[in-house]
Design a binder for this molecule. Structure first.
Ligand SMILES: CC(C)(COP(=O)(O)OP(=O)(O)OC[C@H]1O[C@@H](n2cnc3c(N)ncnc32)[C@H](O)[C@@H]1OP(=O)(O)O)[C@@H](O)C(=O)NCCC(=O)NCCS
Length: 374
């Protein structure tokens, strides 16, 4: 093997082409299939954004009606999944329940092994529609709460919020929807890359999504939004925030919700969700979490030059709309499902096995000795 420069963590390495998401890290801009995130986040519904990601274009009103009907039609869970959920210990992290639930759904889907474009789209639609149900069943059976049935006319965001909290307020659903739009896609982040690696072996879509969920769980990736909530609970009062952060940094600990591998200057999603968090805090007359967040933001900028990423102010919004902390990262799953599936489909439509190399730093060649001679 010729000598190659290696980049730990594949930092800055371009491994392929994609027509789904464009990140311009110098300008701090983000586009889904050509549309700026600033236009999509607050003006589009999650149904429009997920259609755009999976089908390549924004839907016409006729497409949208069909898409909503497809999602509603696909949105039921087989009885065996309900039986499986009854066996899950209440201590199991919800991300593990989703990961296993998706794997389970793949095992019983007769179309699972078909990696054609059409079959992949059908499976993606089913998974997108089933995720809120799987999540709410997992949460509600855990607390012995009856599983709720969503009114058929409700949007994806309204249904998800209702299924989790029983809240049907449109204003709260709008906040959730903005966050779903922001979470839907982000190029070759770790979980999407994991999904593409798995898909590149021509393994099935469920397997690729299972790998993605396992990858998203980590605190350096999707798990960060729950880490932010834990930090808020630990700090509790605005006047404690600065000292708390200083202590963490002195201990060389990472502060969740700050920093990004690609977006070193600004995360354009963060400005949007911060604005929403501020307005929501004022409307709800509950400004404590936002005040804590602003002090943390200021301290991190002064001490480390680091800026908040999407997970940071999202935790304030979720807190204010009554989402239980352990559902924060699973909600990320329900949204990123659209981006993951778009990438899996793109990968399998133009497949080449992903198989990088490593630079060997182990023991030089040595002679094998039989066990008695060692
Ligand atoms: C996301 C993340 C892994 C990207 O990291 P990266 O680009 O690979 O940067 P590195 O891990 O090389 O860190 C570079 C420096 O910044 C520091 N740093 C990066 N993020 C930090 C954070 N959130 N808190 C404290 N220090 C941080 C590192 O300690 C390191 O400092 P050093 O050079 O003094 O050792 C990192 O910023 C992080 O761990 N963030 C917290 C988790 C999080 O919010 N994840 C969601 C990402 S969207």
């Amino acid at each position: 093997m010729e000598t190659v420069v290696h980049n730990p963590g594949l930092d800055g390495v371009v491994v392929g082409e994609s027509a789904i998401c464009q990140i311009d890290e110098t300008r701090g801009s983000l586009r889904y299939r050509g549309y700026a995130i600033e236009d999509l986040a607050e003006q589009a519904t999650f149904e429009e954004v997920s259609f755009l990601l999976l089908h390549g274009d924004l839907p016409s009103s006729c497409d949208l009606q069909e898409w909503q009907a497809e999602l509603t039609y696909a949105g039921s869970l087989p009885t065996v999944v309900g039986q499986f959920l009854q066996t899950v210990p209440s201590s199991a992290p919800l991300m593990d329940v989703l990961r296993t639930g998706v794997s389970f759904l793949g095992m019983i889907d007769t179309e699972a092994q078909d990696v054609s474009h059409e079959a992949n789209l059908r499976k993606a639609t089913r998974l997108l529609a089933q995720m809120p149900l799987l999540l709410s069943w997992a949460v509600r059976t855990r607390y012995d709460h009856p599983v709720l049935k969503v009114p058929a006319t409700k949007s994806f965001a309204q249904s998800l919020l209702y299924l989790l909290t029983g809240d049907l307020r449109e204003s709260h659903a709008k906040e959730l929807e903005v966050s779903l739009n922001l979470y839907a896609e982000h190029e070759l982040n770790a979980s999407t890359f994991a999904a593409r690696v798995t898909a590149s072996t021509l393994a099935d879509l469920y397997g690729a999504v299972t790998a993605a969920i396992a990858t998203l769980k980590g605190p350096l990736h999707g798990g960060a939004n729950e880490g932010v909530a834990e930090m808020f609970y630990a700090i509790r009062e605005p006047e404690e925030a600065q000292g708390w952060i200083h202590a963490k940094l002195r201990g060389k600990e990472r502060v969740m919700g700050f920093g990004h591998r690609v977006l070193k200057h600004e995360d354009p999603r963060s400005a949007i969700i911060k604005r929403r968090a501020k307005a929501l805090s004022q409307q709800a007359d509950e400004t404590r979490w936002y005040e804590i967040a602003e002090i943390i933001e200021r301290t991190m900028k002064e001490e480390k030059g680091l800026l908040p990423n999407l997970d940071f102010y999202t935790a304030v919004v979720y807190q204010l709309i009554g989402i239980p902390k352990q559902a924060f990262t699973p909600i990320f799953v329900t949204s990123r499902m659209s981006g993951w599936c778009a990438h899996i489909i793109e990968q399998q439509d133009h497949n080449r096995l992903i198989r990088p190399r490593a630079s060997y730093i182990g023991h030089p060649a040595r002679e094998f000795l039989y066990i008695g001679d060692r």
